[in-house]
Design a protein around this ligand. Structure first.
Ligand code: GGG
Length: 358
């Protein structure tokens, strides 16, 4: 990034509603640019999409790293179109490549009940639910190590390994403990399942305990993933920073936002904290084929992801202004999209957030 606050952003809408919500994110970035003096150059790329796969037989060109590796950040929509391309092919051929090759080992996913948004959990008000899921993003259960033998026979055997490395586990725990240490509640919760997953999860627990010794100001606890999911629904106010393996973090970071009204508002940062590679910002939701093309997708997850991107780039005032604009708009029932019970379409909601920034 330049000293003059100019940023080169690689824009990848991907599939389905990604193509509808990304333009709203860009609209809001343009609005914030005018007010806060940061400038963006947006470079559009059509790869990492199932359309690209159908044309080229692969999700990305061979030189994709050279094409986007020099950008300050990647602004991503969604991937997946299972009718045309199996989901594991599209995900492994795109997002998982970005996360691994650009060492985006932190997947940071805020969960916050916004003012005015109807909460499906009785009696909860804004301020009661405000925490982060910190998901390990490069290893764990998302490994391609395994295989299938005797396929299609009665003797068929299928196996897949979970991979945990000391470096991989320690660096995500360090990020999570440091985040907890900076927050008011200073509380960290670890997601485990060491009663059933008897090798990798006890190792995870062991590393959490070792890491905790270096952060005496942080109060920490751990729960097995099954009861932790139940506590998300019944006691979301208990949480501050929740750290989890790749799969557990993926599940919890859909469940958390669902407890705040809709997964449609949830953002994610796939972050390379060392800044050797660009980080990637995307909504938690996927391509939603059931509503794609209808113009009713909630753009807030994408727009909030733009705020996370600005935070990462050091544009903290602009980032905070976007979150405030989201709160202003979501508080008005007529500007909410149908997933929140409102009548607004994607563009109406996106425009209202951009207008709130001018
Ligand atoms: N914008 C997020 C997206 O497209 N997600 C598709 C998906 O299946 N993601 C799984 C994952 O994040 O690991």
């Amino acid at each position: 990034m330049d000293q003059d606050r100019s940023y080169r952003i690689a824009v990848i809408p991907g599939d389905g509603i990604g193509k509808e919500v990304v333009p709203e994110g860009l609209r809001v970035l343009q609005a914030v640019s005018a007010r806060y003096g940061c400038r963006f150059r947006f470079d559009d790329f059509d790869f990492a999409s199932c359309d690209y796969y159908l044309r080229h037989g692969k999700m990305m060109p061979d030189d994709w790293k050279a094409l986007i590796g020099g950008h300050d950040a990647i602004f991503f929509g969604a991937v997946g179109w299972p009718e045309a391309v199996p989901d594991h092919v599209s995900l492994w051929g795109s997002l998982i490549q970005f996360r691994r090759e650009f060492d985006q080992y932190v997947n940071l996913r805020p969960v916050k009940l916004m003012p005015g948004v109807p909460c499906p959990l009785a009696g909860r008000k804004p301020g009661d639910i405000d925490f982060y899921v910190v998901r390990e993003n490069t290893e764990g259960e998302y490994s391609s190590i395994g295989g299938r033998i005797f396929p299609g026979t009665e003797r068929e055997v299928v196996m897949q390994e979970t991979v945990m490395t000391r470096v991989g586990v320690d660096r995500i725990l360090k990020f999570a403990f440091e985040l907890a240490e900076r927050r008011e509640k200073k509380h960290l919760t670890s997601a485990t399942k060491s009663n059933g997953i008897s090798i990798t999860m006890p190792y995870w627990d062991e590393r959490v305990e070792a890491m905790a010794a270096g952060y005496p100001a942080v109060r920490w606890d751990k729960y097995h993933i099954d009861i932790l999911a139940a506590h998300f629904v019944q006691h979301p106010d208990w949480f501050d920073v929740v750290v989890a393996s790749n799969l557990f973090g993926d599940i919890l970071s859909d469940l958390g936002p669902a407890c705040t009204g809709t997964i449609g508002i949830a953002p994610a940062g796939n972050i390379n904290p060392d800044r050797k590679f660009p980080s990637l910002f995307e909504p938690v939701h996927g391509s939603a084929p059931d509503i794609a093309g209808k113009g009713i997708a909630n753009p807030v997850g994408q727009i909030w992801s733009a705020a996370l991107m600005l935070d990462h780039l050091g544009e903290t005032d602009a980032a905070a202004a976007i979150v405030a604009a989201i709160e202003t708009v979501l508080a008005q029932p007529h500007l909410r999209t149908p997933d929140l019970g409102g009548p607004a379409d994607t563009v109406t909601c996106g425009r209202a957030i951009a207008d709130a920034l001018r």
